[in-house]
Design a protein around this ligand. Structure first.
Ligand SMILES: [Zn+2]
Length: 826
């Protein structure tokens, strides 16, 4: 992972002291009451689930718990001593979690960042050493120091690294001090928390509540390293949002929308605004809101037979009945009679006339002799089916359970069967020449706010196109594709049956997991089903267990919903931006988003230019989110998702960025908001009350604030599409004669990637890329000890090249940049 040294005279100096990022630079709370009790057959293990607040020691435990099938994605949050989150669990699962070492903190409550802002006097040795002159080798670097305010409260976020961070015995501590404005002394020492993930030291980080904005911070490690850095603003002084224009129209969505409503409104918009909107139908139908009809018959445990119809429930499966019939006569063989949709299993008897057929025997008879009505019949879970089945009191009707509505389900019936997903395409010039932006919502079924957020953004585009200058510019300079729900089957299941449904409804489970009591755990996690950094290639965070919340599917792109995304970006090559909209967490992510746990090997990191562009775009997008009601997505929750949160193997962002060069964001809307009344951060949920407290957790408020962010993402894309300005760059300090070794680095006028050589050769796109010192840090520093010529050029995020240099051909002009650092011989 670390850059190797290129030549002896050029040492990549990993001890940049006192550097700091520039502002824009690289720097369901639904308790899911079980639907009405199963009416006709009562599966085992059917228990109510609840949402609990949990704490895990780290990513290793997270992987283990997810692999065991627990559903605890989203709302996850790094805390100094691990990861906190929510789990949707039964009482029995709480016991299992506890046995695995997970701390169950009780029914879900707001998150509280357990910072150590008031402690920090514990590093006595460090304090003593900090008083010494800092003239030894620096071992500490400031990664970020950000100031932000929300609801009248100031916060300082600090990220710092020590080169000795991996050392475990003893662990190297870190202390941070801050001043109280320019020219004031350092003070207020606090201990920082060490962040270790998958066995790898990442950095130290903390969020501190402060009343006065500091100008500088000072870090001191327990082994004596010292660094100072200047504090940057995070989302402060943002330009006014589009909604500040009094004639701008917003607030169109007035409640949650199920997929039929979303899709019907998308089609209506295309009809109402034919000059700027159309529908593109995705080619692969979903596998459908449908289930096989099932029952568990014959008893429990070894005597139970799990039966599934061949036909989908709505296509006749629900009409099938199965009867286990007791006969008085002795020594009868097992037989099956089928009349219409009625299957009668005539149980075998012994010499005394008592039934003797075991569950395994009955299952086999049903599979082979039911005239095709029964598709699957097998013993219960891991049982061999050795128990003798009990006769039934009469015919047992199979059911797909889809008519069992959860409490609070919307009115009406859900259309059964496969769905075709419409994409709402909005843009004045939909000719492939404008930058395309794909907004993909609700990969995860229970995430309702992403759908309303995306719909609200679409409404704002079409309603303001004629009246608002900024909106007109967006519509004329971008080509937007909205997938308002990419998981309509699962979403319907979430609305109508099981509120906490995350995955789609495809059941890939073998018999052991196929009994109806497990139906709420079937399905594929669509955001683990892609091809880059996938679980199939050994990346962490995707499960092979079909009932896990992060089940990755039997193979990459096994699901129609993920195939569709690939189809779309391959058909519309102008799509250069993507936002995968999730909830909840208050996070904005890009690459890397996955790693191989052993060695913590991430997917390739974006080059420095892309990383800087991501940060710049993130600051714009999140400033507009903040503009609505001062919700701050904190910098600790922004960046490569596997750098700040966890590895999610096979997520869509990795595929679109690495395969197609699309700037692929993912965000978790509906994150924590600061509650000045309690002084704590209050966490969100998957389905917050729509009209909840508008200052805290409310589906409506989240929809409005995050729609602001999506609108800003369109402006980012429009600006990108019109960017014809070449970047400029310089070596700092520049060419010249130096009497002793000198530290040099590159600077660019805008987010741009630099390709350079130091051997006198012509720089090309194959030349080394100027890299960050370490991830989330600014560019590296070269320690030049003998005369060296740097040749280089820079490329911005839109592909403009400095001085119009052509790195691909050996043109005569050789119009690249060059600078020679001459070191005097002593
Ligand atoms: Zn999600």
């Amino acid at each position: 992972m670390r850059r190797s040294q290129r030549r002896i005279a050029l040492l990549a100096l990993s001890t940049l002291v006192g550097s700091i990022l520039v502002t824009t630079g690289p720097a369901g709370a639904d308790p899911t009451g079980p639907s009405a009790a199963a009416s006709r057959s009562q599966p085992e293990d059917r228990e109510s689930v609840r949402l609990v607040h949990i704490r895990l020691t780290g990513a290793d435990m997270l992987d283990k718990v997810a692999a065991a099938g627990f559903d605890l994605e989203h709302g996850l949050r790094r805390v100094p001593n691990g990861i906190e989150g929510e789990a949707v669990v039964t009482a029995e699962q709480v016991t299992e979690l506890t046995a695995m070492g997970v701390e169950v903190l009780g029914d879900d409550a707001g998150f509280a960042w357990s910072d150590e802002a008031d402690g920090g006097l514990g590093v006595g040795a460090a304090s003593a050493r900090a008083a010494q002159p800092a003239n030894h080798d620096a071992t500490v670097r400031v990664v970020r120091a950000d100031w932000f305010t929300t609801k009248g409260q100031g916060f300082l976020y600090v990220e710092a690294r020590t080169t000795e961070g991996q050392q475990a015995d003893p662990v190297v501590g870190m202390q941070v001090e801050n001043d109280s404005g320019k020219g004031t002394p350092f003070g207020f020492a606090r201990t920082m928390s060490r962040f270790v993930d998958s066995g790898q030291y990442m950095f130290h980080r903390n969020l501190f509540k402060l009343d006065v904005r500091p100008n500088k911070i000072k870090l001191t490690s327990s082994t004596g390293g010292v660094a100072t850095g200047v504090v940057s603003n995070w989302l402060e002084n943002a330009p006014p949002p589009l909604t500040a224009n009094p004639s701008y129209k917003s607030d169109f969505v007035d409640g949650y929308r199920h997929p039929q409503q979303l899709f019907s409104r998308a089609k209506e918009i295309a009809r109402q605004y034919p000059d700027i909107a159309e529908i593109v139908y995705l080619p692969n139908q979903t596998n459908g809101y449908q289930r096989k009809a099932q029952a568990q018959i014959g008893g429990t445990g070894q005597a139970a037979v799990v039966v599934s119809s061949t036909a989908w429930g709505h296509q006749g499966g629900n009409d099938v009945t199965v009867d286990f019939v007791d006969r008085p006569d002795p020594d009868l063989p097992l037989a099956v009679e089928v009349t219409g949709k009625a299957v009668r299993v005539l149980l075998a008897t012994d010499a005394s006339g008592a039934p003797t057929s075991t569950a395994a025997e009955v299952a086999e008879a049903l599979r082979t002799r039911s005239a095709g009505l029964i598709d699957r019949a097998h013993p219960y879970r891991t049982n061999e089916g050795t128990g003798v089945v009990a006769p039934t009191a009469g015919p047992v009707a199979l059911t797909d359970f889809l008519d069992q509505k959860r409490v609070g389900a919307p009115e009406g019936e859900v259309p059964r069967g496969p769905a075709t997903i419409p994409v709402l395409r909005i843009g004045k010039h939909r000719d492939g020449k404008k930058p395309g932006v794909l907004i993909q919502a609700q990969d995860h079924a229970r995430e309702w706010v992403p759908a309303t957020t995306s719909l609200e953004s679409a409404e704002r585009l079409v309603h303001n196109y004629r009246s608002d200058r900024e909106t007109k510019k967006i519509v004329e300079n971008t080509d937007v594709f909205f997938i308002l729900s990419n998981n309509p089957d699962g979403a319907n299941y979430s609305f109508y049956n099981f509120a906490s449904q995350r995955k789609n409804m495809t059941n890939h489970c073998p018999d052991v997991s196929a009994d109806p009591a497990q139906r709420n755990s079937w399905g594929v996690d669509l955001n683990r089903n892609y091809r880059v950094g996938s679980g199939h290639d050994g990346y962490a965070g995707g499960s092979t267990n079909c009932v896990s919340g992060t089940y990755q599917g039997p193979e990459e792109l096994s699901e129609p919903e993920s195939k569709n995304i690939i189809w779309l970006v391959e058909k519309y090559r102008n799509i250069k931006f993507m936002m995968s909209v999730h909830s909840n967490g208050g996070q904005l992510f890009w690459q890397p988003g996955a790693y191989i746990a052993d060695g913590r090997i991430t997917t390739p990191r974006p080059p420095l230019g892309d990383e800087a562009f991501y940060w710049q775009s993130a600051a714009r997008i999140l400033s507009q989110v903040k503009a609505h009601r001062e919700t701050v997505v904190t910098p600790e929750n922004v960046g490569g998702s596997s750098d700040v949160l966890y590895s999610s193997a096979g997520n869509v962002r990795e595929d679109l960025y690495h395969t197609y060069g699309i700037y692929a964001f993912g965000w978790e809307v509906g994150g924590s908001v600061y509650n000045p009344a309690t002084g704590d951060w209050q966490g969100g949920s998957f389905q917050p009350e729509w009209d909840g407290n508008p200052e805290l957790v409310s589906g409506h408020a989240e929809t409005m604030e995050y729609a602001n962010g999506i609108m800003e993402m369109f402006r980012v894309a429009a600006d990108w599409g019109r960017d014809r300005k070449n970047p400029t760059s310089q070596l700092v300090p520049g060419a010249g004669r130096y009497s002793r070794p000198v530290d040099v680095r590159f600077e660019t006028s805008e987010p741009a990637t630099i390709y350079y050589t130091t051997d006198g050769s012509r720089p090309t796109l194959e030349s080394p890329r100027y890299a960050a010192t370490e991830f989330r840090e600014p560019g590296q520093v070269f320690h030049v000890t003998e005369t060296t010529t740097f040749n280089w050029f820079s490329v911005d995020s839109a592909g403009n090249i400095e001085k119009n240099y052509d790195p691909t051909k050996n043109d005569k002009r050789n119009n690249y940049r060059t600078a020679t650092i001459r070191i005097a011989k002593r």
